[in-house]
Design a protein around this ligand. Structure first.
Ligand code: PEP
Ligand code: MN
Length: 336
């Protein structure tokens, strides 16, 4: 339930009202707009009498939220959220490019790619240390050592790092990671979601390859319910009947998510297509549809990549794409 307070509502009465909700065991989500103050009530509000609350002196209006996601709901937080990663802003008109290899392989690879993508204008560096591979016989990532190499690349360039977590028991290793990624295969790993909900750092939550947008928002809600409201949503392609591409990028997800939530929405064109040549057109489409950022795989030697070489851009190709990204974001009035 959302309660919109009157513009010059008596502060003492507002405090009394808040207290009465807290006494009922409800949690409050306060949102200060330009001219109005909203109180979002989280918890079981079935016993509350809408009309009675609406008739109170300090109350302008009352609205019930039908959707099961509350903290992620746009009506709870009408202004778009800006997630700030070490000063790099994502959301509400701020656009970021996250780039780097699929997997962390060597120190030289990480530093070289980090320097290259930074020179081209990427704002954040990606690289998987713990890899969710379909086959147990495929390269599983460097684990803890991979995280150390990412930190070295961060030290060399100053780029904040984004990397995937696969197990709640690994959380302590992620202390110096700037953005924790939850991959498509773990979108509904509720124990993992609860765990990253307790930390004070942004989470990049990828949409499950066969999950609906409301399910994605409910997963975001798990993280937010734990107190961590810095969630970035990522559409990375879904399973359809089409087999020409690895996945089908659901461009419609961008405007639809933006109508449902205040959280930033980014696109991963690399995993969506699985093919290098499609990364640029999908990136352009994502910007035009209103995305707040993109995450692109870049490798200094894609032919030798231990994972996802087919979809990885060379630094030169990435530089080319970035030139177009800059022009296109400018055209759509985004700040990079
Ligand atoms: C990744 O970004 O490294 C990754 C494994 O992506 P996804 O979870 O979307 O498959
Ligand atoms: Mn990959």
């Amino acid at each position: 339930m959302i309660i919109v307070l009157k513009k010059n509502a008596d502060e003492k009465k507002v405090e009394e009202l808040k207290e009465s909700f807290l006494e009922k065991g409800l949690k409050l989500h306060i949102s200060q707009g330009m001219n109005t103050l909203l109180i979002g009530l989280i918890g079981d509000t079935t016993e509350l009498d809408e009309e009675q609350i609406g008739a109170m002196e300090v109350v302008e209006s009352v609205k019930r939220i039908r959707e099961p996601y509350k903290k992620a709901n746009k009506s709870m937080h009408p202004q778009d959220t800006i997630v700030d990663v070490c000063g790099r802003k994502i959301g509400s008109g701020n656009f970021q490019v996250i780039a780097g290899p699929c997997s962390v392989e060597t120190k030289e690879q990480m530093i070289e790619v980090a320097q290259d993508v930074q020179a081209s204008g990427a704002g954040l560096l990606r690289g998987g240390a713990f890899k969710p591979r379909t086959s147990p016989y495929s390269f599983q990532g460097l684990g803890k050592n991979g995280l150390e190499l990412l930190l070295e690349a961060k030290k060399a360039t100053g780029l904040p790092i984004v990397t995937e977590i696969m197990s709640p028991s690994h959380l302590e290793l992620f202390e110096e990671v700037d953005v924790i990624q939850i991959g498509t295969r773990n979108m509904q790993n509720f124990e993992l979601l609860k765990e990253v909900g307790t930390v004070n750092k942004p989470v990049l939550l990828k949409r499950g390859m066969a999950n609906t947008l409301d399910e994605l928002l409910m997963s975001a809600e798990y993280i937010m319910a734990g107190g961590n409201e810095n969630v970035i949503l990522c559409e990375r392609g879904i399973r359809t009947f089409e087999t020409s591409m690895r996945n089908t990028l659901d461009i419609s997800a961008i405007p639809m998510l933006k109508s449902k939530t205040h959280l930033p929405v980014i696109i991963d064109p690399s995993h969506a297509a699985g093919i290098r040549f499609m990364v640029e057109p999908l990136t352009m489409a994502a910007i035009a549809a209103g995305a707040d950022g993109v995450m692109i795989e870049v490798h200094n030697n894609p032919e030798k990549a231990l994972c996802d070489g087919k979809q990885s851009l060379t630094p030169e190709m990435f530089d080319d794409v970035m030139k177009k990204v800059k022009k296109t974001t400018e055209f759509f009035g985004k700040v990079m």
